[in-house]
Ligand binder design. Structure first.
Ligand SMILES: Cc1ncc(COP(=O)(O)O)c(C=O)c1O
Length: 293
């Protein structure tokens, strides 16, 4: 019998995610720039909470992540009922594609956009559309020109990775205002914490119903190994994403380590005014040895 078991169209176009090198012969501790891992590591409070959870591993974690959502609400001044927590912000990106884009729909991002935008779009059966940048900067005019009646999602990492460039809040607003009515703007704020005074697009989410923001604990908090990210958006979109979110999708360890991060100041706490400066200081000797093309 001929095997007729085949994946949906688009799946075989996905190149499996390739992480950067993790080993250098003879080097015990490496700083993995490809994933922007925090060289300072996580807060001691996060490590203590992680260790404490070992005593209750037989229990499923909270499925509604209420504690973490309330903490995020307090720190960022947002409505916890409109926060959704994921297995890294990768998972939030993939929910957005699965819920809002399918065959015949287009998912836009720019030339140096994060690789998961393309992978998640193809995984959902949608068409990924890469739009050129201008001198490694997101170009709002090009993004708007790339929109069609089929555009459902527009992903914008601000600041970008690996470009490190960013566009202004006025430009983000111009992009949101110019999108076709069926398109959602997703502001990926994985690196927003590194920019003093930048809210990652939060004010735009509050002011419009076509803007969504993603954030992560993987970068400035040094918790990439635990995979915790979150999204914030209009109540109707959070409701949709919660319908496809699996139960217990964030681990007990992830919830424990992130839930109390803000209780006390630490070197990696974004509420500590010195945090991004100290991380930038730590990165300077590493950056000066790398060449960015
Ligand atoms: C721009 C951008 N967005 C999102 C992510 C995903 O982060 P995580 O899934 O660890 O939250 C990354 C990680 O490299 C990234 O660079």
């Amino acid at each position: 019998m001929t095997n007729q078991i085949t994946p949906r169209p688009g799946i075989m176009e996905i190149d499996p995610y390739m992480g950067g090198e993790s080993h250098v012969p003879g080097v015990a501790k490496i700083h993995k720039l490809s994933s922007n891992e925090n060289p300072l590591g996580p807060s001691p409070k996060a490590i203590a909470a992680f260790k404490a959870v070992a005593g209750t591993l037989e229990r499923y974690p909270s499925s509604d992540h209420a504690g973490l959502r309330i903490a995020i609400g307090q720190v960022h001044g947002v409505d916890p009922s409109r926060v959704i927590c994921g297995d890294g912000s990768d998972e939030v990106i993939s929910w957005l594609c699965n819920a809002y884009a399918g065959p015949g729909d287009e998912v836009l991002f720019t030339a140096h956009g994060f690789s998961m935008y393309r992978i998640s779009a193809l995984g959902a059966g949608a068409t990924p559309v890469e739009v050129a940048e201008t001198k490694r900067r997101v170009d709002v005019d090009k993004l708007l020109a790339g929109c069609t009646a089929n555009t459902r999602l527009v992903f914008l990492a601000n600041p970008g990775n690996p470009t490190g460039t960013m566009i202004s809040e006025a430009e983000m607003a111009r992009l949101a205002d110019g999108l076709p009515p069926q398109a959602l703007l997703v502001l990926d704020g994985a690196y927003a914490d590194f920019v003093e005074g930048f809210d990652g697009g939060l004010a735009l989410v509050e002011a419009r119903n076509n803007v969504f923001m993603t954030r992560t604990f993987s970068k400035i908090y040094g918790l990439g190994g635990l995979r915790v990210g979150w999204g914030y958006g209009p109540a109707a979109i959070i409701d949709v994403l919660n319908r496809i979110r699996g139960p217990f999708n964030v681990t007990a360890a992830g919830l424990a380590a992130t839930g109390h991060l803000w209780d006390t100041p630490s070197a990696t706490n974004p509420l500590n005014p010195g945090s991004s400066a100290s991380i930038n200081r730590a990165l300077t000797p590493i950056q000066s040895r790398s060449t960015v093309e």
